[in-house]
Design a protein around this ligand. Structure first.
Ligand code: AMP
Length: 281
């Protein structure tokens, strides 16, 4: 597995693969890998000849009071895990490589980014779409792989690729969960034992949502109230948002119809976790 720190190096690597007629899959990540990341890498390896993983904790998508400095990192472990699933190259640039002095160009998807995580984390999606555009331009992949765990991010990236005619396919893969249902996340390591137990309320409330919809409930207000009640009965859980929206446009709904997402963000102490379920009714 090749490890590249500069744009020139990764371009040269990808250029050689292309010259040999190989297709290229890209998996953008911020590292501290878990089974969610590895699933994206394995799927990329199935679908493409060569897999490039980018490992970059992008400062542009963190707010001034967020966890950029504390974000978990373990480069050696990540390299071993990526190598073991057959990743061909890791691109792990320094900040000055990505954002040199005078950097002043940003990519922004409007509308979709004003709500949910965009509301609680102003500027977050502008940071995501800017770095992802740069990674697409640097690697020029045939396919790029993202997780439904970050559902709004996936919808925003799909919209950006469509609107700006980016020449690649975006592949979205289902959320990978721990045995008890907690969505895997690099941020789960921040949780105390008690918070880890409390955090199960995200999955429990999404399961209750799904069951109620399957039994015929279509009233978004009632379903939202039910999930909010479940979350607020856990003393350590502070809901940031509990929303039921139409997909892919993320428009508000009164009555469930067509494609819908139930999306949650909940704080446990300083740790903010997100989860969602997407259904067709
Ligand atoms: P991150 O390193 O957290 O930025 O995540 C990198 C990619 O992995 C993103 O496309 C995420 O949506 C995806 N991802 C993170 N957690 C999971 C999970 N539990 N299941 C599936 N994909 C995930």
């Amino acid at each position: 597995m090749h490890i590249h720190r500069t744009i020139a190096e990764i371009r040269q690597f990808v250029g050689q693969c292309r010259a040999a007629g190989q297709t290229v899959g890209l998996v953008p990540t911020m590292g501290y890998f878990h089974e969610g990341h590895l699933t994206l890498m394995r799927e990329a390896k199935q679908k493409c000849d060569v897999v490039v993983v980018t490992l970059y904790v992008n400062p542009l998508q963190f707010g001034p009071k967020e966890d950029l400095a504390q974000y978990p990192r373990d480069f050696e472990r990540d390299c071993t895990m990526a190598r073991d699933v057959g990743v061909d190259a890791i691109f792990t640039p320094l900040d000055q490589e990505m954002y040199p002095q005078g950097f002043s160009t940003f990519v922004e998807v409007t509308g979709l980014t004003d709500i949910l995580c965009g509301q609680s984390r102003p500027g977050h999606f502008r940071g995501v779409t800017t770095v992802v555009t740069k990674l697409f331009n640097i690697v020029a992949p045939d396919q790029a792989f993202f997780g439904q765990k970050d559902a709004q991010q996936a919808l925003v990236i799909q919209r950006m690729v469509r609107d700006l005619n980016m020449n690649l396919e975006v592949v979205i893969l289902p959320t990978v969960r721990e045995h008890d249902g907690l969505a895997m996340s690099s941020r789960n390591v921040y949780l105390t034992e008690e918070q880890r137990r409390d955090a199960l309320v995200l999955y429990r409330s999404l399961c209750a949502f799904r069951a109620a919809v399957q039994q015929g409930e279509r009233d978004a207000g009632k379903l939202r109230g039910m999930m909010t009640d479940m979350i607020t009965t856990v003393p350590g859980a502070q809901p940031d948002y509990v929303e039921i929206l139409a997909v892919p446009d993320l428009q508000p709904l009164e009555t469930l119809q067509g494609g819908i997402i139930a999306a949650l963000a909940v704080r446990f102490g300083k740790t903010r976790l997100i989860d969602n379920v997407i259904m067709e009714v």
